[in-house]
Every structure is written in C-alpha cells, then in structure tokens.
Design a protein around this ligand. Structure first.
Ligand code: 5GP
Length: 145
C-alpha cells in the first residue's frame, strides 16, 4: 500500500515522441518543453505539455525545472483557448496509477472547455490524424502571431 515510485523508463511513449522516434502533432516546442495533441482527447483541442527533462511525474521533477514548465503550460493554455474559441480551459496532471496516470513521463493536460459540454472519458477514443493535425495547425497559427 502507499505510493509506489516508479523508475523512469526511457522507452515510455512520450520519451519516444521527445526523441522523434514516434510521430506526434506538435503545437509548440522550446528548449525545455514539447507540446502535442493528445491522441485520445477528452474534448476537441486536448493538448499535452511535457518537459524534455526525464521525470516520471510532478513528484520527481527537480523544482528548478518547474518554473519554465508551468510558464510553457500557460503559453499553450492561452493559445488553445484562442485557437478553439473555447469558453474555458482545464489544466490537469496525474501522479501514480491510482491517480489515473497511464504514461510515466510528466505531462500536463490542457483541455479546452465548451459551455454545457461534458468531457469524454480519459484516454478512451482515438481521433483521426487529419483532425489532430488541423487542430495542431490552429494552435501553431495563434502561437506564430
Ligand atoms: P495520463 O493518464 O498519463 O495523464 O495521460 C496520458 C495521455 O496520453 C492520455 O490522455 C492519452 O490519451 C495520451 N496518449 C497515450 N498514448 C499516446 C500517444 O502515443 N500519443 C499521444 N499524442 N497521446 C497519447
């Protein structure tokens, strides 16, 4: 019982995306961060923001890396709000399997919210690559301004 800290696995899917071994629909990249569309969005425009530093989740990332990461989360959240003309944006993040974490490389969920619309279940339904690419392009356009 209790929180069971997992070792960082270099072969987790986000590590592969960060190394460019697995494709993603990229919306934003900085020296420290990569943001890309979630394959199984909980609402249209769901984006993931991941640090390049190896960290399983919020509990093991060095505190010195957090300031830059949360600043990038804010950049992407603002851009998503505008790109999708959303009414709000939920930002969430899970630590440990019991908390709903399924990919063990730290990431923040940026989930645009639309008045009156409920979220679909976490990681349940895959959206077409063409739709994700169009959505990524909308965010990139906002960020390029
Ligand atoms: P967690 O439960 O770890 O907070 O969330 C992992 C998220 O990653 C889920 O929302 C899931 O839809 C998403 N996801 C899982 N595999 C992939 C993938 O290969 N590519 C992308 N872009 N998202 C993924």
């Amino acid at each position: 019982m209790g929180y069971d800290a997992v070792q960082y696995d270099d072969n987790n899917i986000f590590a592969k995306i960060l190394r460019g071994e697995v494709p993603c629909h990229k919306v934003y990249e900085s020296e420290r961060t990569l943001a890309f569309m979630d394959l199984m969005p909980q609402s249209p425009g769901h984006i993931l923001v991941a640090p390049k530093v190896k960290a399983v989740n919020l509990l093991d990332i060095p505190a010195k890396n957090l300031q830059d990461l949360i600043a990038d989360v804010q950049i992407v959240a603002r851009a998503a709000l505008e790109a999708f003309s959303a009414d709000g944006v939920s930002v969430f993040q899970f630590n440990g399997e019991a908390a709903g974490q399924t990919v063990f490389h730290l990431h923040f969920h940026i989930v645009p919210r639309y008045a009156g619309e409920v979220l679909t279940h976490h990681a349940s339904e895959q959206v077409g690559e063409d739709v994700l690419e169009q959505q990524a392009e909308r965010v990139r356009t906002v960020l390029a301004r």
